[in-house]
Design a protein around this ligand. Structure first.
Ligand code: GLA
Length: 728
């Protein structure tokens, strides 16, 4: 049993293979958080709590004259606003009276087999015997409110998930103004906060900052999880490295507005909360209603960032992604976007597909511009029927020709957006978010549909089904190319407008779920101007996500590096594109572009008909290589051997967990006269075993302890892939 209730000391202890998490119900029925960290024997960790009169720290009424008992310093599981804990809170309500002070006290708990699920929201799943669920029910003091704290414990994955259900048992409406999914308190020490910031075409750069006194926060109010900050953060002990040190990950399974706030308080305690961003959130909870927060997945590693990443990689692959491509390699694809942009005919597409098929590429993806009247960014979104004039045939005919090549066929959609120049917008202008009386902000010339409305989703669903039925498409690229603003839903009353952005995300998930239910074999690739919605929520529906609109292999190395802290290689959409690169103008050798894209789902995005015979041979060779090594690439453990910019080369490795095989990729990033020798230590091998590398044999111990000397680069961005095979 992964969840242990000790009636004597009233502790609830959650055990995973590598971590222990504990809470305790104290004499006042406050639910304390007593420990999270390395796995330990069962013990009551409340002895660590430092009870003192801190001054200006109020005392709950039932503490009577005890000035040392204060919510302002006690570590708690789910702190509330307004009743004496002046740190950041996880929950803030407003009752009908206008008041908002709230204290929660323990009422009961329940331990269940299996892992809970959340209706309408993504959540991790597990077999009955792989996980346990704990539900702790807390009762509000100022109103008849029940707060059910959900914990999902997946011991083998070293994952503890959290979510909250708020239930209004009173006779009047309660407004939720902040309802975070998780709060974690640490009683002492100092931590670094690691976050992943970026911008369109330059996502998920790693930022590591020591927490200072006060609150440091990251988040998004863009309606999507965003290019700018990722809903994954790490709290790390100072000095934590790839291989050493304690660190805690918080991954939010949500694709909309989010916030994560880390606070280092007056007595050097740390609190971190994560959940829906409160800025654009106000949920009216009517009597008898429940509100479900999204889920957050926590993991602890006592062995540095690498192990933390593996915990998430495995959990995402085994407990979050679904569908046929959860366990098998996705088809190697060619996408026409950077090859043709909007300028194509059906014949041209077929020619591209034909040449790609001959080289072993397995799927043709028709990107933007095949529908409505869409020859530029300015029109057509919302009209999801083929532009037969442009294609010269129906979408069914084109798809049949491509399927006839033995290839799979995929289509681009941007279901959530609408162009003003579209039949859909002309018929239903009120379906787009627009604040009455003001002209909305346009983003890439387009508006955002109010996906919280059933009739809007139903219309898009029907259109998509008609195209999917006709084309028998195997894949869709689900894009979303702007930030959400001017949020106002014509279907909600004034007191419910604060629900519109969350209802939008629920609508998005609903439509994705309906499509997957109807087309269980469909592969969805998420996209949001590249990696603007690369989050664990989306991965529940789309097991791969286009990592960035930046296909420059050198920039991609750092984007994929940052992405790898939480997300596995199997989720990272990565393509070889033409040079000079369309985003940066850089020229990178074809082999290096291939090697970098192989650290992802692997595919091509260029006009293959314009390539020389020699280049096509390279494609054939790369495709064959990716197929040959896909097992170690996809299922191997991922090692970040260097950080971008740290050395004159960048390197990463995938190694089978049993140490039998590895693939190391090295890209030279700096040329120098009279170059110094470059040495690289490998990882994940068995010291006693003998390995063959490029025709030579080495003991695993030599490769790991002393490393290899890298060849000297002869030209800019030269790369090498070394396959390492145990032979003895
Ligand atoms: C976004 C995507 C691109 C491409 C274009 C099409 O920018 O990220 O890959 O699909 O839209 O308009």
């Amino acid at each position: 049993m992964a969840i242990i209730w000790n009636q004597n000391d009233r502790t609830l202890t959650l055990q995973t293979d590598g971590s222990t998490y504990q809470m305790k119900i104290d004499n006042h029925n406050v639910l304390l958080h007593t420990y999270y960290g390395k796995r330990t024997e069962l013990f009551d960790y409340s002895y660590l709590i430092d009870h003192r009169d801190r001054g200006f720290a109020g005392n709950p009424y039932d503490a009577e004259r005890d000035k040392t008992y204060t919510l302002d310093t006690l570590p708690q599981e789910y702190p509330c606003f307004g009743s004496g804990d002046f740190r950041n809170s996880a929950l803030k309500l407003r009752y009908g009276s206008g008041a908002s002070a709230l204290e929660l006290r323990y009422l009961k708990h329940e331990i269940l087999p299996g892992k809970y699920r959340i209706p309408g929201l993504p959540s991790m799943f597990a077999d009955e015997d792989e996980a346990n669920t704990l539900i702790v029910t807390m009762k509000g003091d100022a109103a008849e409110l029940l707060v059910h704290l959900y914990y999902g414990v997946i011991p083998g994955a070293d994952i503890i998930t959290r979510a909250v259900v708020l239930e209004n048992c009173s006779s009047e409406a309660i407004y939720l103004e902040k309802a975070m999914s998780v709060s974690l308190d640490f009683q002492y020490g100092s931590y670094d906060l690691v976050t992943f910031y970026g911008r369109h075409c330059m996502e998920r750069n790693v930022c590591r900052e020591k927490l200072r006194h006060g609150i440091q926060s990251v988040g998004s109010t863009r309606g999507a999880s965003s290019h700018q900050q990722n809903p994954f953060v790490i709290l790390a002990e100072p000095g934590t490295s790839e291989e050493r040190g304690g660190c805690y990950g918080l991954s939010f399974l949500y694709s909309g507005d989010f916030k994560s706030e880390a606070e280092w308080d007056q007595i050097n305690q740390t609190r971190i909360v994560m959940g829906i961003h409160p800025a654009n959130f106000r949920w009216k909870l009517e009597p008898g209603e429940q509100f479900h927060t999204p889920e957050a997945a926590l993991s602890y590693s006592g062995e540095g960032f690498r192990k933390l990443s593996w915990n998430y990689h495995d959990a995402i692959r085994n407990h979050l992604c679904r569908g046929p491509y959860r366990d098998k390699r996705a088809p190697i694809l060619i996408n026409n976007w950077e090859g043709t942009y909007f300028d194509f005919t059906g014949e041209k597409l077929f020619e591209m597909a034909k040449e790609a098929a001959e080289l072993g590429i397995e799927m043709f993806v028709l990107d933007d511009g095949w529908f409505g009247v869409r020859n530029s960014e300015t029109g057509g979104l919302g009209d999801w029927y083929a532009n037969e004039k442009k294609l010269g045939c129906t979408i069914g005919e084109l798809a049949a020709r491509i399927h006839g090549l033995g290839m799979k066929f995929g289509l681009w959609f941007e279901p959530e957006c609408v162009s003003e120049d579209s039949d859909l917008y002309r018929a239903h202008p009120d379906w787009a978010f627009t604040v009455p009386g003001r002209k909305p902000m346009r983003g890439r010339y387009q508006l955002v549909l109010d996906f919280g409305r059933d009739e809007v989703r139903e219309h898009i669903f029907r259109q998509m089904c008609a195209v999917l039925d006709q084309s028998k498409a195997d894949y869709i690229k689900w894009d979303f190319n702007r930030s959400v603003s001017d949020v106002y839903s014509a279907s909600l009353t004034a007191d419910r407008q604060g629900e519109a952005t969350h209802r939008y995300v629920l609508g998005l998930y609903d439509l994705l779920e309906r499509l997957l239910a109807r087309y269980p074999d469909l592969l969805i690739e998420g996209c949001c101007g590249g990696g603007g919605r690369f989050d664990a929520g989306m991965l529940h529906y789309a097991p791969q996500i286009w990592c960035s609109d930046n296909t420059d292999a050198i920039n991609r190395m750092s984007i994929q590096y940052g992405t790898s802290f939480c997300y596995p290689v199997s989720t990272m959409g990565a393509h070889v594109s033409a040079c000079p690169n369309h985003q940066t103008g850089r020229v990178v050798p074809f082999a290096t572009r291939g090697a970098v894209a192989m650290a992802g789902t692997f595919g091509y995005e260029l006009d293959i008909t314009k390539m020389t015979a020699e280049e096509k041979e390279e494609v054939r060779e790369q495709v064959a290589r990716f197929k040959k090594y896909c097992d170690v690439i996809r299922n191997g453990r991922y090692y970040r051997l260097t950080a971008p910019g740290e050395k004159s080369f960048h390197a990463w490795e995938m190694a089978k967990a049993d140490g039998s095989e590895a693939l190391v990729t090295v890209v030279s990033t700096m040329l120098e006269g009279n170059p110094l020798g470059c040495y690289l230590k490998l990882c994940g091998l068995i010291p006693e075993k003998i390995y063959e590398v490029a025709g030579r044999r080495y003991p695993g111990a030599a490769l790991m302890n002393c490393g290899v000397i890298l060849p000297t680069a002869q030209y800019e961005y030269q790369s090498w892939q070394f396959h390492i095979q145990a032979v003895d």
